[in-house]
Design a protein around this ligand. Sequence first.
Ligand code: GLC
Length: 725
Amino acid sequence: MIVYKIIDSVMKYRFGNPVSTDAVVFKGNEINKEKLQYFTVENQQFLKLKYKMHKNDIVLGLGENLKGINKRGGVFESYCSDDADHTPDKKSLYGAHNFLVINGVEKFGIFIDYPGRVLFDIGFTHKDELEITINDKNLDIYIINGKSLRDIINRFLKIIGKSYVPPKWAFGFQQSRWSYQDAKKVEEIANNLIKNDIPCDSIYLDIDYMEDFKDFTISKKRFPNFKSFVKKMKDKGFRLIPIIDAGVKIEDDYEIYKEGIENGYFCVDEEGNPFIAAVWPGKVHFPDFLNKEARRWFGLKYKKLIDLGIDGFWNDMNEPAIFYTERGLKEAVDLAKESKNKNLNIHSFFNLKDSFENLSNNTEDYKSFYHNIDGELVNHDRVHNLYGYNMTRAAAEGFKEIEPNKRFLIFSRASYIGMHRYGGIWTGDNHSWWEHILLNIKMMPSLNMCGFLYSGADTGGFSSDANAELIIRWTQFSLFTPLFRNHSAMGTRNQEPYAFDTESTDTLRNTIRLRYSLIPYIYSEYMKAVKNHDIYFAPLSFEYDDKYSRYVEDQLLVGDSLMVTPIYKENAIGRYIWMPEEMLLWKASDYNYRDYDVINKGHQYIDININEIPIFIRKNKILVLGSHANNIEKLDNTQLNVIAFVDNKATYTYYDDDGITYDFDKGIYSEIVIDIEKIDDDYRININNKGNKHVKKLNFEIIDLRGNIIKKSLIINRVEKGDIK
Ligand code: GLC
């Protein structure tokens, strides 16, 4: 084992000779140490790490996974999986995010930088033991120390590098379904959104826009004049976001296939022939995204669609998902033939059934193909979790070459730590189940801790049928998630915001409008999280150390100022809330109508009607609120409402930039720093305007702990810097 100091309080322990994942962007210096901090290491067939948890320790992290924010009691396996049934017993979803934080007697983070199978047994087998088993002996382990949870997370996020930043329009509402299958249907969706006055920034194109599910092609029949159609939709206010799948159809005259074969850009089987699996188009090859040249080749293909006016994509089926291979199919069919006319008992019948059920995403298949990593053939199973990551990296690196200073929307289904530098993720094929709203709530802070800031779930649920109440409640939570997209599967009930009754459409319109009026806050908090290696969604335990806050699983802190307490139960008329301190409650039903209640510390029950979104402003914190428009580009935030809940002093930094380029990286952005201080019965407001030319007026509503409101307005372009009283 070689040990490196990466940055202050972060150590890297190198075992054997690992494959480089590029998850961590810092190199570090070699130092002398004999033992892995906190853990005992068993180095037998596999590497096994053990940590004795203390009674009240909580364990956070693991990104995209089932179970709670506190992962204690669970067992999880990092192995990117295309599994559409996110039931509580599942160990793996689409992402592999091997980062945990222990918050208890000892506080530290651990990142297992290994891209194959890793098992995390967090007190499942033995209630006080954390046991991590790695299917290899070549890997890097990082231990991150810090005084607080925030410290640990900031350091971890620093070593894995800054998050991807999407264009600002990607913070708008987005409408999707598998599938809006042709131009006529897409236009109908756009017109319905317009007719119902529902703000929306983009409409998604699922697999049916392609010719026979071939990447970078467009069906001439279903989208005859694609380029002019894209423009027409943009003129109406909607961007179109096509899907790109990992598998490349095997078809002689298909350009991508031909080039991939000619240049050896596909993954190969044991004999060195391009590996064959079947997905949407039937038989495909998988581009070898772990091979730099192949990655560049595929990444530049996005230009085909960019040239037609496309500004955003979603990368799918990149675990990679496999429906079947010839090997698996043959075995199953042979067994079926053998079984014919036999008297199958419990064992032989289930064996036969399993052989078909296990055709998809089978480990044997993942073990039977190879990548060319810098000239070395590496078995896929060892680097499985890097595949989706590198597909999305291909796209992002392509965009950088194609239009270096333009931000594109890109997010992926499969991912590994480090991919957050290239794109966001969505949380895959959930269901229209109330349980999945709660799962969505719990997953968001866990994903943020692993770097994934631009993320969100299929709002309303992908599989199964949703009713109006579920869509409303889910939308009321998703309006806080950076990626805010309603998506559903083929064959399910339509769930667009106008698909139900008029009353529900009215509620959803107001809910989505609220999202648009929250953009000044959401975007500021997102961008500050990026800049400061911080998170956007945090569990209560990040700010409040009391005994209850540590265990709260269904309330989140959003940015610096807000706590949200979503409703995720059917027929609920309110909910119980743990108030770690007094806060100001705004039950938002219409962005334009505000009244407030001060809610005291303690356990509280709050009534919440179907059209209300409970938003809590924390003590001595500030919310900036703009107005709404039907898409992000139309937002006119020359006036902002500043809602402050002030005991003695509150500060807020409102961030803004051009929303479309990377100029912010060169320091081209603006900030308005707002300070409010209580002096006797009045407030002193101090504004420091650092370059914002857009906002002209701030309308203050300052509320004290007794609920008294003072309103003031401030013309900002005259006060570049100064006090008013
Ligand atoms: C996968 C994706 C889903 C998409 C479908 C068809 O199931 O996760 O979002 O709609 O494929 O492309």
